[in-house]
Design a protein around this ligand. Sequence first.
Ligand SMILES: NC(=O)c1ccc[n+]([C@@H]2O[C@H](COP(=O)([O-])OP(=O)(O)OC[C@H]3O[C@@H](n4cnc5c(N)ncnc54)[C@H](O)[C@@H]3O)[C@@H](O)[C@H]2O)c1
Length: 273
Amino acid sequence: MYNLLKGKKGIIFGALDENSIAWKVAERAHEEGAIFVLTNAQVALRFGTIDELAAKTGSQVIPADATSVEDIQNLVDKSMEILGGKIDFVLHSIGMSVNVRKGNHYTTQNYEYTKIGWDVSAVSFHKVMGVLYKSNAMNEWGSIVALTYMAAQRVFPDYNDMADNKAYLESIARSFGYFFGRDHKVRVNTISQSPTLTTAGKGVKGIDGFLNYAEKMSPLGNATALECADYTISLFSDLTKKVTLQNLFHDGGFSNMGISQEVMELFMDKEEE
Ligand SMILES: NC(=O)c1ccc[n+]([C@@H]2O[C@H](COP(=O)([O-])OP(=O)(O)OC[C@H]3O[C@@H](n4cnc5c(N)ncnc54)[C@H](O)[C@@H]3O)[C@@H](O)[C@H]2O)c1
């Protein structure tokens, strides 16, 4: 380990179980010397195994529904008390679509569900940054990261309304990142991660197909949750101080591929091979 986050204080949203990307980020942040508060929605605290992670990393858990500004304010205030000062890094690792859960097709969404998914998956990022900004809770040269997926730029039909939520999320990172950078010297980025087998990942119809296709298309293969955590740590560290307003692809090269030989071979006529 490199002590990359020695003395840094953070808030990590979204660790549900050991498969969660946020779980791996918490483990890696702990190894790199950070102290942090873990948070998730009350219901996730009941069904998940976050207490195990808290014990392992010497962290406290504060419940917060990321759609509630009141909950987020309480979280930020208590985190500063517990950690003894302002925050250096925040991970937003939250996503949920009710339309996906209920099996509604993209073309026939229930718009009440659409609103809930949008609030949880995208607007919550604005709410988190809104509270941090207003409370002046971030240290200068702090770093805020949210996780996203390439369906924000390109069509992946089964990603459903999460594609639109991710596009909105990425736009919030740029728009809020401007004010956070100008006024507090805090950077804001999104990491666009490969498909990964987590609870949220498994919720996407055809995730196996996504995974296998992306694996065959990417020169370096799919990025794992642990590799995503490593990349996130680099963005929380002082080694990336001037990186901001970016959507950063962490996908083994998938996003810049047109076609790979491996995938092409699946479509060749036998005599041409
Ligand atoms: N798994 C993938 O294939 C993949 C790929 C790219 C990006 N991502 C993104 O990574 C992030 C983390 O997802 P994951 O794959 O680790 O799955 P996960 O299911 O482990 O994490 C999602 C988290 O969101 C939390 N959450 C849901 N509603 C909430 C609310 N109202 N308030 C607070 N928290 C709430 C859940 O409790 C859970 O901890 C998400 O933004 C997801 O879209 C995932």
